[in-house]
Design a protein around this ligand. Sequence first.
Ligand code: AMP
Length: 122
Amino acid sequence: MAKTYDPNNVFARILRGEIPCKKVLETEHALAFHDINPQAPTHILVIPKGAYVDIDDFSARATETEIAGLFRAVGEVARGAGAAEPGYRILSNCGEDANQEVPHLHIHVFAGRRLGPMIVKG
Ligand code: AMP
């Protein structure tokens, strides 16, 4: 069953221009901006302009053009940040077990330092 999208989540409000963001890139299908609480020297969020709750929702419902548009934007943002070398990490939290806080799909782009292990063993 499709997840219900909350149109008042903070990223929906950024997309509507109701609250500001530090914009990095805007394309037809994606918006990228600096995370408000950066966890690395570069911490940028890339979001689709469409109303998708998370990567599960997006991968099920988005068009090929929207999917390409989002991931092209991720690559462009990382290259623009000078991170293609020596490298970067992308991450997307999906749902409760992943501690997703904002219910609009976002791809985190982390760079600018050695990022350590991928995940804490548990
Ligand atoms: P997640 O836990 O994957 O849902 O991550 C949500 C991210 O959104 C966190 O890294 C927050 O710091 C970030 N965030 C929340 N509100 C804003 C905002 N208004 N502008 C930029 N980043 C935000």
